[in-house]
Design a protein around this ligand. Structure first.
Ligand SMILES: Nc1ncnc2c1ncn2[C@@H]1O[C@H](COP(=O)(O)OP(=O)(O)OP(=O)(O)O)[C@@H](O)[C@H]1O
Ligand SMILES: [Mg+2]
Length: 477
């Protein structure tokens, strides 16, 4: 057999049933502590795995790596490698007298193949479409977010070294590395999922791996309406805002749905517009033909070669863009984006972290101030006013649902203060018996938003008037 170092039979077989392996990895033998979260938090779909299972797996795995050259396996076709592992695992099970059903044996084989050939215990989570985020806090605790709620899973790694190997495998696929010398790393899985790794010594309890799962079929505005994230009239207004080249900022907290919303908004950009996207890790999926996608680059190990968001945005301006889309504005590139919005690149868009439209304006101002631009506050605010047309606020509510809570227009300046006007709001009215929030989207009753003339210029004013007329104004109690 290719990849084998020696025959399993050469090894002394221990005559045991596997409850107590000679030297189980430390995390395997740890009993579930009282500090473990309650069962209610556990992921309902994951198979229940006993300590015996992990002990058996650890025993079989240790026996396997003594007879098989794992590094050779990873270079083989996955089917061939799997057959190889199947042979060895079956032999070990027989030789060591491990009592197992065929089903259990298949599960064990899957698990071991995942460890050796793929992303180990993460594989079943990566294969699931209903998971939004995977959060691994060291070898023993892996959480997932499903339907807006965070749950603990049964997934465990043999030890932190195995977890670190998997992290390394992930990031090396996009030419990056993570180790003690460079313990922070952003990367992407081959399927497009966004990955962050922070390793010891910075992460005290073992490597922390965070994955934002890539959704092949990105949510559309119509789906957001179906989920109740926005009302049909609100969605219609967003479509018009996207089409008529308003400059848009999407504001929201972590995981509130900013990127998803940005992606939705780009669907309404006309096909003949040249769009340039700048992102830290490419997540957007634009449907248009004329798109150039740019991505930042972290510094090399020697600390050279970094390309920052600001470099990309500045470069964009020399690429004859019609619209510039910035995945996330978090630093001095805010200045360049505003300049672009202000100088003929109408319809540019970006997201930023803030908890309300008003806070988004403040964040934008402080990003510019902290970027070392010595401009008076009033000048920066004037610049913001003349650049940004609309702020859309996304929020992850306390019941796990995600909603668009504000569609707000930037109006102008009154003295030193930027004035804004809400067009659409989400009112929380209460909670149902299952703890789900009950609420309603409503229009604030503004009949002529500031972008009316722009809508008319694009022939969309009738559609805009109809959507504003149809929207409910008073929240129904
Ligand atoms: N309205 C929605 N309803 C249900 N799920 C949603 C909704 N909006 C977004 N999601 C899901 O929530 C997850 C997070 O969304 P997204 O990546 O857009 O958030 P984000 O605000 O950009 O996060 P981050 O701050 O980490 O960049 C994704 O899996 C996405 O599919
Ligand atoms: Mg995002």
């Amino acid at each position: 057999m290719f990849g084998k170092r020696s025959n399993v039979a050469d090894r002394p077989a221990s005559p045991m049933r596997v409850a107590a392996p000679a030297a189980p990895p430390s995390n395997m033998s740890a009993p579930r502590s009282a500090a473990q979260p309650s069962a209610a938090l556990l992921d309902a779909e994951a198979p229940i795995r006993s300590k015996d299972y992990f002990d058996t797996k650890s025993l079989v795995f240790n026996a396997m790596i003594e007879v098989i050259d794992v590094s050779m396996l990873s270079k083989m076709e996955s089917e061939t490698a799997r057959d190889e592992i199947r042979d060895v695992v079956s032999e070990i099970i027989v030789l060591k007298n491990i009592a197992m059903s065929m089903g259990e044996q298949e599960d064990l084989l899957d698990d071991i193949c995942n460890d050796v050939l793929g992303y180990g215990p993460l594989e079943p989570l990566l294969a699931r479409d209903d998971i939004a985020d995977i959060m691994v806090n060291g070898a023993t605790r892996t959480f997932i977010e499903v339907g807006g709620k965070i749950q603990l899973t049964n997934v465990r790694f043999r030890n932190n070294a195995q977890l670190m190997n998997i992290c390394q495998r992930i990031v090396s696929q996009v030419g990056r590395r993570v180790d003690e010398a460079s313990p922070i790393c952003d990367a992407r899985l081959l399927d497009g999922s966004r990955v962050n790794v922070i390793a010891p010594p910075l992460a005290i309890d073992g490597p922390a791996l965070t994955i934002r799962k890539f959704k092949k079929d990105k949510l559309t505005l119509d789906q957001l309406v179906r989920f109740g994230a926005i009302s049909p009239e609100g969605a219609e207004i967003l479509k018009i805002i996207g089409r008529v080249r308003c400059n848009v900022l999407i504001s929201g907290g972590t995981g509130s749905g900013k990127t998803t919303l940005l992606n939705c908004m780009t669907n309404y950009i006309d096909d003949d517009e040249r769009i340039i996207t700048c992102e830290d890790a490419a997540e957007l999926q634009l449907q248009q033909a004329h798109v150039v996608r740019l991505e930042t680059r972290p510094p090399s190990l020697e600390g050279t070669g970094a390309v920052h968001m600001r470099d990309l945005v500045k470069n964009c301006l020399r690429m004859r863009p019609e619209r510039i889309i910035v995945g996330e504005v978090r630093g001095p590139e805010a200045f360049d984006l505003l300049q672009a919005m202000n100088t003929g690149h109408d319809g540019s868009m970006g997201t930023l972290h803030a908890n309300s439209p008003r806070e988004a304006l403040g964040r934008l101002e402080s990003m510019i101030t902290m970027g070392g631009f010595t401009l008076p506050a009033k000048t920066i605010r004037e610049m913001i006013c003349s650049s940004v047309d609309i702020i859309i606020q996304a929020m992850r509510m306390r019941d796990g649902s995600r909603r668009i809570t504000h569609i707000t227009e930037v109006m102008g300046m009154e003295g030193d203060v930027v004035t804004v006007q809400d067009l659409f709001l989400y009112d929380v009215l209460g909670e149902d018996a299952n703890g789900k929030l009950v609420g309603k989207h409503r229009s604030t009753g503004i009949g002529r938003p500031r972008f009316w003339d722009r809508a008319r210029y694009y022939g969309e004013e009738k559609r805009l008037a109809a959507a504003l007329d149809a929207a409910e104004i008073e929240p129904t109690k």
